[in-house]
Design a protein around this ligand. Structure first.
Ligand SMILES: Nc1ncnc2c1ncn2[C@@H]1O[C@H](COP(=O)(O)OP(=O)(O)OP(=O)(O)O)[C@@H](O)[C@H]1O
Ligand SMILES: [Mg+2]
Length: 246
């Protein structure tokens, strides 16, 4: 019996005009598996995340979710298919309260006129941030009044809350302190336990070794290789990332 992959990427190629951002990328991620995507600045990691989530169209190649070929029009289309994304450049709305950001595009309503049920959204937001230990002054706080780490915490809380099949995270802890990073890593492991497939971009190799089952390396748009985390040494990974033998 073969387990169906949550995500399959086949021959993904991306060209920005004359610039080749991704030469060719192939990957399967199983339900309950965490795969780290690593590589130096400009390697193509965020581009790949944006292709999977429908922000960019691939120039060539195929994406399948649970065996079904998909081509998302945009991020909300991806979300409707159970794909949640935590972007490196945050996709939050500054002038809205925290609870509206958590329910963006999926607002709770009440009554025949379907007016926004702000009280319930705020209550559910409070429950969620308490559960994930994201410290914010209040669900009613305006997003622009939060710190970078708090905002990142909200983006992660949102993805966790809505995640179904697949979660893409682009450097989710880059802006976070030590305690917040540990919390996010716990959250990622909880997503895995729940059966979600997770693709996480990280520059932090310690983190990769802490959370990932496998790691795949991009170097200047070329996929150098994919390894099981228990079968690769940190030095080898560094050599794959930099292209320099250690
Ligand atoms: N919209 C775009 N138009 C043109 N070129 C782009 C665009 N987005 C990315 N690129 C180019 O594609 C390459 C890969 O960029 P990408 O953002 O995917 O890198 P990255 O691996 O995420 O880097 P970092 O670690 O710095 O976040 C870079 O050379 C970048 O300049
Ligand atoms: Mg990036």
């Amino acid at each position: 019996m073969t387990t169906e992959s949550a995500l399959e990427l086949r021959g993904i190629h991306k060209q920005f005009g004359a610039v080749t951002a991704i030469e060719r990328f192939d990957l399967d991620v199983a339900p309950g598996e965490i795969v780290a995507l690593v590589g130096d600045n400009g390697a193509g990691k965020s581009t790949l995340v944006k292709i999977i989530s429908g922000l960019y169209q691939p120039t060539d190649g195929e994406i399948r979710l649970s065996g079904e070929p998909v081509s998302f029009r945009d991020a909300s289309d991806a979300r409707a298919h159970g794909v949640e994304v935590v972007y490196q450049d945050l996709a939050l709305v500054d002038q809205q309260p925290v609870y509206m950001n958590l329910f963006l595009g999926r607002e709770l309503t009440k009554g025949p006129l379907r007016t926004l049920d702000r009280a319930r959204m705020a209550r559910e937001t409070q429950d969620l941030v308490t559960e994930l230990d994201v410290r914010i002054p209040s669900p009613h706080a305006t997003l622009s009044d939060l710190s970078g780490g708090q905002r990142q915490g909200i983006a992660i809380a949102r993805a966790t809350h809505w995640a179904r099949g697949l979660v893409l995270m682009d450097e989710p802890t880059a802006a976070l302190g030590v305690a917040e990073t540990a919390k996010v890593e716990e959250t990622i492991l909880r997503l895995k336990a729940r059966g979600a497939a997770v693709l996480i971009v990280s520059h932090n190799l310690e983190q990769v070794f802490r959370v990932a089952d496998r790691v795949t390396v991009l170097r200047r748009g070329t996929q150098v290789g994919t390894r099981r985390i228990d079968e690769v040494a940190k030095n080898d990974l560094v050599a794959m990332i930099t292209g320099l033998a250690q």
